[in-house]
Design a protein around this ligand. Structure first.
Ligand SMILES: [Zn+2]
Length: 679
């Protein structure tokens, strides 16, 4: 290839690579796989090595060009980077509206609403359409030049997209003016640098693996990353960017128009953002997003509501460091502070002693929280938590609330340290902590706490699934000696239940019938119900398919157990131990007499070597039955999409797994195609 040809090829590659970057990182609609994209970048970098004179600052290869910096240069902001006033309730929002209405009494106000992403504000300046400076907010007047770092963010264009004339006209702007400013002027835009929840989790997983401290939250991690002096580290952190403001006057008159224009310039913008006519629209928008909040790919802490008309917005001016024309309408926090009244110990089915903080009741995001888990002794030491302390508690999603930290300045003089018990608080049995393990365990075989928890597990949804038989009733049955072990459950008759508090004739019959119905059970569920340590749902399934009957399982050796694909050494040992126990042998004998275990049909090899990922709602099959079918045909199931995935079976409302499959080039099939595979 001669120099002229190379120049042409370099130009074309740059356009093509940038196009696919835009499809992938901004629109989230990739057309080619990651590896194909990498190979284009590789070709470009080879050509640039050969002909360095063709390297331009906007080349995709220049994203991680910089060497580590000794320090960041200061940058003065042309227009100050302001912060926002917070409101937390509709009343506070109305009060804000009343205040600003007094300043512009003759103007009709409508609004623009967008997500308030929990990230790090950034100013980007483009000179003649090429990215020139990326600067942090700093104190609002002066920030730091972090250009080399933000260049590594794939959703930030190194060169502005050149919109078509018709696109500019469509949003009501003068195409000549806009295009001229893009190509020859300076354009400043603003937005938020952030880290998605999934990237944050994988970084923490990596930290944990390396034995390093985990990061507290995506926001701080993103902020810390942007201020890294070494761009190559920043590149690994996979930051993202959403644009929300255009500082330069391109003729825009409304905030809404600004968003549309940012999109035309090649930025990722908030797809939830919208115009809002009145307070009702604002509260509806708030409610809608608040509900979706936990499912979103990145953390948001509220909405930004701005006066849509830019002229009125500037007329409203600035008070302190915040513009009057916008507010942050926040969501309730997922953290709150409260006092630790007590620390107690709960004993689980496997004998693990879990310390739990009993809290002064506190409302966190609409839920009354009275307890938080303290996990284990190490966590208590790490937090240095004492009874009487004021703590920050977090409740995210449906998980058990967690103590984030202790506010030690608020510690009272009479605070009490917690001593981890040497004996089981329920049965007084011996407690040990094995080397390399974080948990203390009660090793008394007859521990009544373990026994009860084992029964709760036995009747639970994924085990015998006995509808209407929850922990409360089990407790009564155990207290009345009606149930000594799990086999007694099946001997219950309505007359036994009638003597218990809360039971009448109808309810007693109903529960007995529900117990009778549960007697017919698959081998896999039965094995799971036994509650053997290290045998979860998945291992129980593998064992059922491999051994095909409970007799075969009981006759097996530890060596044989280790041969079952997917069954680890720990599980094999634990299963053998359980099966050899005299009491367990007795129990099994009794159980087998009472119930009807269904062996799985013989396994076929039709799907052997193939790995499936299920996503979305299937039309005719439940998730569980689809999984069962795959297992019975010798296939494997994975919960996440990787290059090892053979098929992604996509039902309705397929989510991120679908997108990831597309990116990795993994074959996506419909439910119908899936069923055809098995025919
Ligand atoms: Zn115990």
């Amino acid at each position: 290839m001669d120099k002229k040809q190379a120049k042409l090829r370099v130009e074309k590659l740059k356009v093509e690579i940038n196009h696919h970057r835009y499809l992938y990182h901004v629109l989230d609609k990739p057309e080619i796989s990651d590896s194909a994209w990498d190979s284009l970048k590789h070709e470009l970098s080879e050509l640039e090595n050969k002909f360095p004179e063709f390297i331009t600052p906007d080349s995709p290869t220049q994203r991680v060009g910089g060497k580590p910096l000794p320090f960041f240069k200061k940058v003065a902001h042309r227009a100050p980077m302001l912060s926002l006033e917070d409101v937390f309730t509709t009343e506070e929002f109305e009060a804000w509206l009343t205040r600003i209405s007094k300043i512009v009494p003759t103007d009709k106000l409508d609004f623009f609403g967008e997500l308030k992403v929990d990230g790090f504000a950034m100013s980007l300046t483009y000179k003649k359409s090429v990215l020139n400076i990326g600067a942090t907010r700093g104190d609002g007047k002066t920030g730091e030049d972090v250009t080399e770092n933000i260049k590594t963010i794939q959703s930030i264009p190194l060169k502005l997209r050149e919109p078509k004339e018709s696109e500019i006209k469509n949003i009501g702007l003068n195409a000549d003016k806009v295009l001229k400013l893009i190509s020859s002027g300076e354009i400043e835009i603003r937005g938020e640098v952030f880290m998605t929840k999934s990237v944050f989790e994988s970084i923490n997983k990596e930290q944990k693996k390396l034995g390093l401290a985990e990061y507290a939250n995506p926001r701080n991690t993103a902020a810390g990353t942007v201020r890294q002096l070494d761009p190559s580290i920043v590149a690994k952190r996979k930051l993202d960017f959403l644009a929300y403001g255009l500082v330069t006057d391109l003729g825009q008159t409304e905030h809404n128009q600004e968003h549309l224009l940012l999109k035309l310039l090649g930025f990722k913008t908030d797809i939830e953002a919208r115009e809002l006519k009145n307070i009702k629209d604002v509260t509806n928008f708030w409610n809608e997003i608040h509900k979706k909040r936990e499912k979103m790919a990145w953390e948001i802490d509220g909405l930004v509501i701005s006066v849509n008309n830019n002229q009125i917005f500037s007329k409203l001016g600035v008070v302190g460091k915040a513009p009057r024309g916008a507010v942050a309408f926040k969501f309730p926090g997922i953290e709150a502070t409260t006092k630790v009244l007590d620390i107690i110990i709960q004993v689980g089915r496997t004998g693990v002693l879990t310390p739990v903080a009993v809290l002064d009741e506190v409302d966190i995001n609409g839920v009354n929280v009275t307890r938080a888990t303290l996990h284990n002794e190490d966590e208590i030491k790490r937090l240095d938590i004492r009874m009487g302390d004021t703590v920050i508690v977090q409740r995210a999603g449906d998980v058990i609330p967690d103590v984030v930290s202790v506010l030690k300045n608020l510690r009272p003089k009479n605070s009490k340290e917690f001593k981890f018990p040497k004996k089981c608080p329920v049965c007084d049995g011996e407690v040990i902590r094995q080397e390399g393990e974080a948990a203390h365990k009660c090793i008394n075989k007859k521990c009544s706490a373990k026994h009860r928890e084992g029964l709760y597990h036995f009747v639970s949804k994924k085990a015998f699934n006995i509808v209407g038989l929850g922990p409360e009733i089990i407790d009564k049955l155990v207290d009345e000696s009606l149930v000594k072990d799990s086999s007694d459950i099946f001997k219950l008759e309505p007359k036994h239940l009638l003597g218990l508090e809360g039971f009448a004739e109808v309810s007693a019959k109903k529960l007995v019938s529900s117990i009778q119905k549960s007697k017919k059970i698959s081998l896999a569920r039965f094995i799971y119900a036994l509650g053997i340590i290290h045998v979860g749902e998945e291992t129980a399934n593998l064992l059922a398919v491999y051994f095909n009957s409970i007799e075969n399982l009981t006759l097996t050796s530890e060596e044989d157990l280790k041969k079952v694909p997917g069954v680890g050494e720990k599980a094999a040992k634990s299963i053998k131990q359980w099966l050899e126990d005299k009491d367990n042998k007795e129990l099994l004998k009794k159980l087998v007499k009472e119930i009807d275990i269904q062996s799985p049909p013989k396994i076929s090899k039709k799907l052997a070597g193939k790995t499936f990922v299920l996503t979305g709602t299937l039309e005719t099959l439940s998730r569980d039955s689809a999984k069962e079918k795959i297992r019975l045909m010798g296939g494997d199931i994975s919960s996440s999409v990787s290059k090892e995935t053979t098929y992604v079976v996509a039902g309705e409302n397929a989510g991120s797994k679908f997108d990831k499959a597309g990116k990795l080039g993994v074959k996506i099939i419909s439910e119908k195609e899936f069923l055809n595979l098995m025919d």
